[in-house]
Design a binder for this molecule. Structure first.
Ligand SMILES: [N-]=[N+]=N[C@]1([C@H](N)O)O[C@H](CO)[C@@H](O)[C@H](O)[C@H]1O
Length: 835
């Protein structure tokens, strides 16, 4: 693309005001932005005005890095990773950018001198809740690590107008409130109105033979929507690299139909605008269970097509030959949500750019890599053929062709055997016939990975076994990780200071250096400082809990925390059975010497998931009784803290003594909260599931509270016919706990309220709570005893943090770069001026 600025034009020097970090410069910049961008003077400016003025000031210091990065990638034509995700749970930007720019102190001083409070301004930011849980947050941690490791990369996703709902608890029940995160504007995104991609839907296809005798297909779409780009800079930690997260918003090609308006059809005049914009209106609030709605498939296709068209546009700026597209770009598919991209790239290459099928397929298969995040059958996406025919007729044709050619190969592998073909086929012939998105992703990808060692082994043995048999070389494990920048440095400045004081701050970019803390686990003084840091964080959380819920908790009690999406396989209700067990023990013997505990829960339930909502009600109902019971006398407190999100997590992980990771073995693919808790010195009580297995390997079995059935034991019990009633009948304590719930003790005498939960446990207990109950209770007893030995507990806590190096998302990204993407870092030099 030719520069619009003529050769020899005077260089526009970048003013210090935009990049300077001296106290006076920052103060002037904040006031200038208040004046020139917020058009406010201090005496009438609101907290949001000051937040915006500060944000623009910090953003300016990003922009030089961002533009230098973009220019360098353009000049060097660097091989680039594109991370396709329907969710990016970014969290608030301001605090993180201050850390990554390394100017937190300077800005705090400037803000103080202006008579403002930086914590208040930080809390002013509406977090972009463009995700449901682990999958979306992982994508955000990976963007931070790719930038910090100076990897040329783009994030591509959807700019939902409304993110994950805000959660309120009314009368103990979850109530969803619309997340209007954009209502005060978003200083961290740059609209790119010129970057618009036409995305077609519906209609029909027709084919013809062109003048060169080539078979060509035209897609006459029913309607076209435009994808408009909004870019957010993703700055690495203490580097010059600022990569781009490009999120697409849907707009109507024609946002106002004058003809309709002139004929008085006012709705008609804006119909296109409304239907088009609906595509990116709201995030589907389901974590795991698939949402088979047409709009969901439209969202997935919309951002996949916009992103691939954008990549081809960037590619053609320097390379006319699309047959080498995969050498420049590689795309990581974050679960099957963007798997339609496999068919879309084929359509773009064959129909729009006239590559022959085989060349296009070679490019496609060498472009995509696929990450699976769950084994839950109900989460594996499949779309009815009829919906595909209606919404994406050309893609259905292409998928049939891909499948045809694929099955021809498979037949060679399994001569005369139909079963493997039926399982491997992209088309599920049962019922109304479906397109299996995981199969499409596997056929169209050169690499397939799970997100923890156990999960990947289970993928190879179960859900993707046939693909593993066919393409063993494509499979690898890439254990998840989390960024220590947001989850330790930003969330836990006390611990950060204590660690860096001892071992320097190299650990922030090289987490294995935390290993240098090990010897200090035996140092009484260091243990005392460690304990104080944790206690200070617990005091801060206790104040927040009182402010948010009115519940007073004792920071000296053991903070036992379970925060994650509410789901039966995550077994928040098993945690409640432990609470009731302790409660009954106290009721039986009010003088019982027990370790005082504060049970803190947080997590959203998918709005349509009734059992999960009932689990929240059980937690709040038990809390209402236990928290007020005179016999308990405050030794047990149960808190359900509403609206669990990234900001909430930043408060909670540093304040935990015990991290609850109690899913049924074999069902939690990885978990990432488990890593954030341990990194902040919490000890884990958990099953051998997901990344718990690797955390226990790293921190040492002696520093991990393990309980429960293993995956093979769960499978064996299931195979032999699991009778939960047998466990209830043979365990009087367990029976008493369930009977107390059934009696209405926690529901004002209403014996029906929790019936659905109880009957599920008595009859089927799909997630083996009854089988794991006693092991869990015994393990919790060990926890209480261990907590009584403060010095030992502190030593275990220090060792947990010291041995968490493996779980940095930097390590995960280095694994992806080495084994899958084959991309190398590009060092960015800051460019002082522009020609
Ligand atoms: N979808 N999905 N999967 C999950 C999470 N629910 O978002 O992905 C997360 C990120 O890979 C995993 O840690 C977690 O175990 C898994 O259940």
């Amino acid at each position: 693309m030719t520069s619009l600025i003529p050769e020899g034009c005077p260089i526009v020097a970048v003013e210090d005001d935009r990049t300077g970090t001296s106290l006076e410069t920052l103060k002037r910049a904040i006031m200038d932005n208040l004046f020139y961008l917020q058009a406010r003077f201090p005496s009438v400016a609101s907290r949001n005005d000051f937040y915006m003025a500060l944000s623009y000031t910090v953003r300016d210091r990003l922009l030089q890095r961002w533009i230098s990065t973009a220019e360098t990638y353009l000049q060097q034509g660097s091989r680039t990773v594109c991370y396709f995700s329907a969710e990016f749970l970014l969290g608030p930007h301001l605090g993180n950018n201050l850390i990554n720019l390394g100017i937190r102190q300077e800005v705090e001083e400037a803000v103080n001198e202006l008579g403002l409070d930086i914590e208040e301004l930080l809390n002013q930011e509406e977090e972009p809740g463009l995700g449901n849980g682990g999958l979306g947050r992982l994508a955000a941690c990976y963007l931070d690590s790719m930038a910090t490791l100076e990897i040329p990369s783009f994030g591509y996703g959807i700019r939902y107008e409304f993110g994950i709902f805000d959660q309120e608890i009314r009368d103990g029940w979850q109530v969803e409130v619309t997340d209007r995160w954009l209502r005060y504007g978003n200083p961290w995104e740059i609209p790119r109105p010129e970057v618009r991609m036409p995305v077609k839907f519906g209609g029909h296809t027709r084919s013809y033979t062109d003048s060169d005798g080539h078979y060509r297909v035209i897609w006459d779409a029913h309607h076209v929507v435009e994808g408009v780009a909004y870019d957010t800079p993703i700055l690495g930690y203490r580097v010059n690299t600022a990569n781009t997260l490009r999120l697409w918003r849907a707009e109507a090609v024609e946002s106002f139909d004058f003809q309709a308006f002139n004929t008085g059809n006012y709705y008609g005049a804006v119909r296109d605008k409304i239907t088009s914009e609906n595509i990116t209106k709201v995030l589907y609030p389901n974590d795991e269970p698939l949402q088979g709605k047409e709009l969901r498939l439209s969202q997935q296709y919309f951002f996949s097509s916009s992103s691939l068209q954008d990549m081809i546009r960037i590619y053609l700026q320097h390379n006319p030959d699309l047959s080498k597209f995969h050498q420049k770009f590689t795309v990581q598919l974050n679960d099957t949500h963007p798997a339609i991209s496999v068919a879309e790239l084929m359509r773009l290459l064959v129909d729009d750019h006239h590559l022959d099928w085989n060349t296009a397929w070679n490019v496609t298969q060498h472009t995509f890599a696929y990450t699976n995040h769950t084994l839950l059958p109900e989460a594996l996406e499949k779309w009815p053929i009829a919906l595909f025919q209606y919404l994406l007729p050309r893609h259905l044709e292409i998928i049939f062709e891909i499948n045809q050619r694929f099955l021809d190969q498979v037949r060679l592998h399994y001569p005369g055997q139909s079963d493997p073909l039926a399982r491997l086929s992209i088309i599920d012939e049962s019922g109304e016939r479906y397109v299996r998105m995981a199969n499409l992703a596997c056929v169209g990808s050169y690499a397939i990975n799970g997100v923890a060692a156990l999960h990947t082994e289970l993928l190879k043995a179960t859900v993707l076994h046939d693909f593993y048999q066919l393409y063993p070389e494509r499979f690898s494990n890439k254990t998840n990780g989390v960024t220590p920048r947001r989850w330790v440095v930003l969330s836990n400045p006390g611990l950060t200071g204590l660690i860096s004081e001892q071992i320097g701050d190299g650990w922030i970019k090289d987490l294995d250096q935390l290993g240098q803390l090990e010897p200090l686990a035996n140092d009484h003084h260091f243990r005392a400082c460690w304990g104080k840091t944790k206690h200070d964080n617990k005091v801060a959380l206790a104040e927040h809990i009182q402010a948010k819920t009115g519940i007073i908790v004792d920071p000296n009690s053991l903070f036992d925390i379970q925060v994650k999406r509410i789901h039966e396989y995550k077994r928040q209700h098993l945690n409640v059975l432990h609470i009731i067990t302790l409660y009954q023990q106290i009721k039986d013997n009010p003088h019982l010497d027990i370790t005082p505990r504060t049970f803190i829960f947080g997590g959203k339930a998918a709005p349509g998931y009734f059992t999960a909502k009932l689990m929240i009600k059980l937690i709040t109902a038990v809390g209402d009784v236990v928290n007020r019971d005179p016999d308990v006398a405050g030794r047990l407190k149960v808190v359900f803290l509403p609206d669990y999100n990234v900001t909430f997590g930043q408060r909670v992980y540093p304040a935990a003594d015990l991290s609850e990771q109690i899913s049924t073995a074999g069902l939690e693919a990885s978990g990432t909260g488990n890593m954030k808790f341990s990194m902040n010195g919490a000890l884990t009580i958990g099953t051998l599931d997901g990344a718990n297995v690797e955390i226990r390997e790293e921190v040492g079995a002696e520093n991990f509270f393990l309980f429960g059935l293993t995956t093979p034991e769960v499978q064996a019990l299931g195979a032999k016919g699991y009778q939960p009633w047998d466990y209830i009948q043979s365990n009087p304590q367990l029976k008493r706990v369930l009977d107390l719930i059934a009696s209405g003790h926690f529901s004002h005498g209403d014996t029906n309220l929790f019936q659905p939960l109880l009957s599920g446990l008595w009859n089927q207990d799909k997630y083996y709570l009854m089988a794991d109950y006693q092991s869990y209770i015994d393990c919790q007893q060990q926890v209480s005893q261990a907590y009584q030995n403060r010095e030992q507990w502190l030593a275990m806590s220090i060792l947990n943090t010291a041995r968490m190096g493996k779980f940095s998302s930097d390590r995960s990204i280095q694994d992806y770069c080495r084994d899958i993407w084959h991309v190398s870092p590009v060092i960015i030099k800051l460019n002082g001026g522009y020609q």
